[in-house]
Design a protein around this ligand. Sequence first.
Ligand code: UDP
Length: 323
Amino acid sequence: MTQRIQLPETLEGKTILIAGAAGFVPSTVSEFYLKLGAKVIGLDNFITGSKSNIELLRKYKKFEFHECNIYEGLPDFTDIDIDYVFSLASPASPIDFGLIPMEIMRVNSEGTRLLLELSLEKGARFLEASTSEVYGDPEVHPQTEDYVGHVSTIGPRSCYDEAKRFAEAMTMSFHKKYGLETRIIRIFNTYGPRMRPNDGRVIPNFINQAMRNEDITVYGDGSQTRSFCFVTDLVDAIHNVMFSDDPTPFNCGNSDEYTILDTAKFIVDALGSSSKIVFLPLPKDDPKRRRPDMTKLQSVSDYSPKITFEEGIRRTTEFFKSL
Ligand code: UDP
């Protein structure tokens, strides 16, 4: 039976390893833990992460960074104690799936294995950032953690979806075989400052199009749905899961669900844009509906998303305007 989550007040004296630290979500996680007093060691190969995110983190004295391909080997941590390991290193945007599938599969298999072995060696607690993509195009709505998914092994998303399913299986295997303390999160659609403007995902696309009064590209008829979580709320969910005592997966996200057409209209209105909405073909295997059932995390924690969609879009737009 999962105990109610007790969050630490400080992480002073603790060392946290964050794989993928230059990325949008992981750099936000890194900053959160630096503010809680931890020493953070970041790793990244900059395949999709950004050097400017690392520069932002360098203003904290307790941040250390190593540029490396984690699937080819980790830096030498022989004399360093590590308390927590976050496996957050995978590219995650659908445009990446077509461009860098080998890197995605290698980081989630070999990279994750190396992080798990390091955790075992150091006695660290390990967290795998999995994804709502393990549910594929779901036949169960909203998605609960016990739904086993509906995933194509050969479709355009399979390099990511199956790699993350493998990463979950390997994480559970380390837990079961060696008793390693492991946690698994399934991240749903997330947005916010530090996203790549050319990341191809719906929120950066729509905001950047609306800012320039260009056509808003809705794929299909826009009736497909997503549930968008602002990045600081996601970090709150991740933090709660790391400090839970449950090795089985937790959905992490915001259960407010929007059609993509409504999302487009909302962003055009919020930005006072004169953009027109145009309809383009729907990519293959694009999930039709996605919403996390958040009951599991909410039944053991105080987690509740705080940033409204309006406020989140405002903050994300400010970020894109500042670039
Ligand atoms: N989408 C869209 N226009 C865009 C980008 C995305 O209509 O310019 C749609 C996409 O087809 C999907 C949804 O928005 O249905 C979310 O896409 P995203 O790439 O952000 O992430 P996904 O949830 O599909 O992994």
